[in-house]
Design a protein around this ligand. Structure first.
Ligand code: CA
Length: 336
């Protein structure tokens, strides 16, 4: 295996709290020998499980970044057993710019795993995370939100693992331990990354993985931050890294996000009029949205319907749409 060219300033096997950077050397006009400083925190107290906590994979998803900044400052080695690795701004160039993708190479970190040791900046980050961090972890939690184009009911999610019933059962237990108001089970969907995501990286190395969708719309949701902070601590308790007394259990509603019929897409170019909001229950055939053309206001608006019953988990934020933009997706009760 090719070794990653990234250089961590931290020693993953040293006890205590370490704060520093992973250096990604990037030679550009204004800085011939410079590096991109990807912040990393390692808290370790003896042998035990390792949790890898990530945010900023998409730089315009903020609640997880806030939650992990708070955790990085507050978590002390003496409180834990084992190790917590925190990467709050994993795609640092994207996070610093408040963008989904990197302004350097347009890389979408959550579509580039397993990465490339000799690739562009974002591919090198993916390669480092997969081969140097995921491999050290027992559980990977990657905190996402809806980004600039979607807004979610705060949720925790896992990817269905049909190949490994034991791993699937552990993931379901973790999902419930996280105790977000909504939990959902995702399936590999076309265009949603499959093995190119952090969940895919964890799957390849036999590690547990959870994700979140904490809000979105390019905003910071106070509720989303609270859900993230509570959920991450609950996961650390579940893994045996924090003591049981730190647990804040709570009810969750577990939904399935199945095939393409769960998703509603814009049927054409225009202005999106939503007819429902996240958190509502809908039925098959119910109108989801109308697409108007203010350029020709006399033209009939085009109505798009939900293809099935379900709970509205997320909604598109910007008003202007083109054919193919995702407007909504649903979840359906699993009864778990
Ligand atoms: Ca995301």
């Amino acid at each position: 295996m090719t070794k990653s060219a990234l250089v961590p300033e931290v020693d993953f096997d040293r006890d205590g709290a370490q704060y520093g950077f992973v250096r990604l050397f990037h030679s550009v006009h204004r800085s011939a020998y410079g590096y991109i400083p990807i912040p990393i925190v390692v808290i370790r107290n003896g042998d035990g499980p390792t949790a890898l906590l990530i945010s900023g994979t998409h730089g315009d998803e903020y609640e997880g970044q806030v939650a992990l900044c708070n955790l990085a400052r507050s978590l002390k080695p003496e409180q834990i057993t084992g190790r917590v690795i925190i990467l709050p701004a994993s795609n640092l160039p994207a996070a610093a710019a408040g963008l989904r993708t990197s302004p350097i190479d347009d890389g979408n970190l959550n579509r580039l795993f397993p990465g490339d040791a000799q690739g562009n900046v974002t591919e090198q980050i993916a390669y480092y995370i997969e081969h140097e961090l995921v491999t050290r972890a027992d559980i990977v939690v990657d905190l996402h939100s809806g980004g600039s184009s979607l807004n979610y009911v705060p949720s925790v999610l896992m990817m269905q693992d049909d190949d490994n019933p034991a791993r699937q059962a552990e993931l379901v237990a973790l999902l419930k331990a996280f105790a977000a108001p909504i939990s959902y089970v995702g399936h590999a969907q076309p265009g949603q990354g499959g093995g190119r995501t952090t969940a895919g990286a964890a799957y390849r190395h036999g590690k547990l993985a959870l994700g979140t969708e904490l809000g979105g719309g390019g905003m910071v949701s106070a509720e989303g931050v609270r859900v993230a902070e509570r959920g991450v601590r609950n996961v650390l308790v579940h893994m045996g890294i924090l003591p049981a007394s730190e647990a804040k259990p709570g009810p969750t509603r577990v939904l399935d996000v199945g095939g393409p019929e769960y998703f509603v897409y814009a049927p054409g170019t225009g202005l999106f009029e939503p007819l429902v909001e996240p958190g509502e229950e809908v039925v098959a055939g119910q109108p989801a949205a109308r697409i108007h053309t203010p350029e020709t206001p006399w033209a009939e608006a085009v109505t798009v319907n939900f293809a099935r019953d379900g709970f509205v988990l997320c909604k598109r934020v910007p008003g202007r749409v083109v054919r193919g933009d995702c407007l909504f997706h649903l979840g359906t009760d699993l009864g778990w």
